[in-house]
Design a protein around this ligand. Structure first.
Ligand code: NAD
Ligand code: DAU
Length: 350
């Protein structure tokens, strides 16, 4: 193996696609997936590659400083791709502390461990995966660029913004070779069904109500997860240290329009009468502090690194629906934890 790469949060949604991408594409890299396996982490996501010679799994809590230091001593990583996080906005509203521990302290533990072992920084990189939510909320016009001032408005985005600042501070203060990307909403297989698209797919399938927060007029910019994994590969290898890259789908949808499209596609796939699934749409109390609109300007990564999204939204959604319909066991498994109780509590409060 000519390179040892740590991927944190590799058992989660995006992380599992990134791990698979690196394990398959770079057989000469040792890919180490360190994950605590919270409710959102699931090793079933990696069943197809888990026996690969160049893959290792380590169950590690990044908040545990000693465990992180031991991991770095064991593998002497020369690259880090940091995805592990508490990622769900609604959970951050009901219980913010875990977001501070994992997203901020966990990131600082990884930065410290990298700094300690990288006495020679040649060929090293700490790549921090972040979100467009750090930029706040847009009105009907405009886009987030890399120069948009930070304005996080939820406990989740505040914790991600803080971690981004720490990464930049380590680059500036200690010359730690670091790069950051801020991405828009991802969708695709293996996403935990608390997020809008898999939640709606699962509820449509099982005939449960589809909760639409507020009027459903909030807008998100959707990107297929494999397009994100490809962007991460490019930035890891060619991103300029100290720089930030925005990644987006150039694909804005109002929530209600997206849900109607899902209903239409699923009526066809499930052999239901047209309009049948849309009857499940239920308007519920809005998310506290709900950001109105996110939209990414991806010009920089497109012009400087040649990346653009490859997936068309209708096809990507169709593939995603098929995946959820064909992976009943996966769904039952991830839903068997604390999720149903959490969901009922959230939902009944509305
Ligand atoms: P996810 O919730 O699906 O997965 C997170 C993973 O991190 C899980 O496997 C979980 O077990 C692990 N984890 C959580 N706490 C941990 C800890 N203390 N120690 C070790 N592992 C821990 O999240 P995701 O949607 O795949 O997001 C991955 C990253 O990408 C996050 O940093 C998120 O902020 C960022 N991001 C996500 C999106 C999106 O649309 N999902 C968009 C932009 C950026
Ligand atoms: O923009 C990137 C971010 O996208 C990531 O950083 C986060 O980790 C990821 O969770 C996602 O955040 P959102 O809050 O945008 O995603 P979520 O799927 O929770 O919600 C999408 C939109 O749908 C949002 O406007 C809230 C709304 N919504 C969500 C749920 C779960 C509903 O109307 N009903 C729902 O049941």
């Amino acid at each position: 193996m000519n390179r040892s790469v740590l991927i944190t949060g590799g058992a989660g949604f995006i992380g599992s696609h990134v791990v698979r991408h690196f394990v398959k594409k770079y057989p000469s890299y040792l890919v180490v997936n360190a994950d605590k396996l919270t409710y959102a982490g699931n090793l079933q996501n990696l069943i197809d590659i888990e026996k690969s010679d160049n893959y290792r799994f380590e169950r590690t809590d990044i908040v545990d400083e000693t465990a992180v230091d031991e991991l770095f001593e064991k593998y002497k990583f020369d690259g880090v791709i940091h995805l592990a996080a508490e990622s769900h906005v609604d959970r951050s509203i009901s219980a913010p502390r875990e977001f501070v521990y994992t997203n901020i302290i966990g990131t600082v533990n990884l930065l410290n461990a990298s700094r300690r072992i990288w006495t020679d920084t040649a060929g090293k990189v700490f790549y921090h995966i972040s979100t467009d939510e750090v930029y706040g909320s847009l009105g009907p016009e405009g886009y987030f660029t890399e120069n948009t001032p930070y304005d996080p408005r939820s406990p989740y985005s505040a914790s991600k913004a803080s971690s981004d600042h720490f990464v930049r501070a380590y680059f500036n203060t200690y010359h730690l070779p670091a790069v950051i990307s801020n991405c828009s909403n991802n969708y695709g297989p293996n996403q935990f069904p608390e997020k809008l698209i898999p939640l709606a797919i699962n509820n449509i399938k099982t005939g449960k109500k589809i909760p639409v927060y507020g009027k459903g007029h909030n807008i998100r910019d959707w990107l297929y997860v494999e397009d994100h994994a490809r962007a991460i590969d490019i930035i890891f290898h060619r991103g300029v240290h100290g720089e930030t890259y925005n990644i987006g789908g150039n694909n804005e949808w109002r929530n209600i329009d997206l849900i109607n499209l899902l209903c239409e596609l699923m009526d066809k796939k499930l052999g239901r009468k047209e309009g049948e699934s849309a009857k499940l749409i239920t308007y519920v109390k809005d998310r506290a502090g709900h950001d109105l609109r996110y939209s990414i300007d991806s010009t920089k990564i497109n012009k400087e690194l040649g990346w653009s999204p490859a997936h068309n939204f209708r096809e990507g959604l169709s593939k995603t629906i098929d995946w959820y319909l064909n992976n009943e066991k996966w769904l039952l498994n991830v839903l068997s934890g604390d999720y149903e109780k959490y969901y009922e509590e959230q939902y009944l409060r509305r």
